[in-house]
Design a protein around this ligand. Structure first.
Ligand SMILES: [Zn+2]
Ligand SMILES: [Zn+2]
Length: 164
């Protein structure tokens, strides 16, 4: 089997644990895959959840190292931090990491999971201009103004109730 045939028949491992020997034999590798969401089940705090994941990977050899650059994208169900509504939205992240060419296995799943876990530290919003809930009556202000609205226009109105 020539290098070319090997490349053609190469299948991306479902768990993204790549054998360094395979990548070295092919002199690097470009590949993409759709991943089972089961690998991302416990990454976010419920109800936030990753529902669809795809990756695109590029491996190259340089001296004693193998570097991988990747893109991960897909869908997630998240609760908006401002209005608490649950929405499905797209995401996309990039990552890059180097490994010793002496390693036997490169665990890209770990890298992808770490990249996605970090995204939960950022606020999730249903849309960039989400108006959130009224802090007084709790109404979803995306659906229209509430009764308390005119009072909030004065900077002192919000304080008034607190000192009664
Ligand atoms: Zn919202
Ligand atoms: Zn209100």
């Amino acid at each position: 089997m020539t290098e070319n045939d090997f490349y053609k028949n190469f299948e991306v491992p479902e768990d993204l644990k790549f054998r360094v020997a395979d990548i070295t034999l092919m002199g690097g590798l470009n590949c993409s895959a759709k991943l089972s969401p089961k690998y991302f089940d416990n990454i976010f705090t419920p109800p936030n959840k990753i529902t669809e994941v795809r990756v695109e990977l590029e491996f190259w050899l340089a001296g004693k190292e193998i570097t991988v650059r990747g893109r991960v994208w897909g869908k997630r169900n998240v609760r908006c931090d401002r209005c608490l509504k649950e929405v499905s939205q797209s995401f996309e992240e990039e990552f890059m990491e180097s490994y010793s060419a002496q390693s036997e296995i490169i665990d890209i799943m770990l890298l992808v999971r770490q990249t996605l876990a970090l995204t939960e530290d950022i606020q999730f919003l249903c849309s960039d201009d989400c108006k959130g809930l009224c802090s007084l009556c709790g109404k979803d202000l995306n659906e229209g103004p509430c009764q308390c609205q005119p009072e909030i226009l004065s900077p002192f109105a919000a304080l008034k109730g607190k000192f009664k």
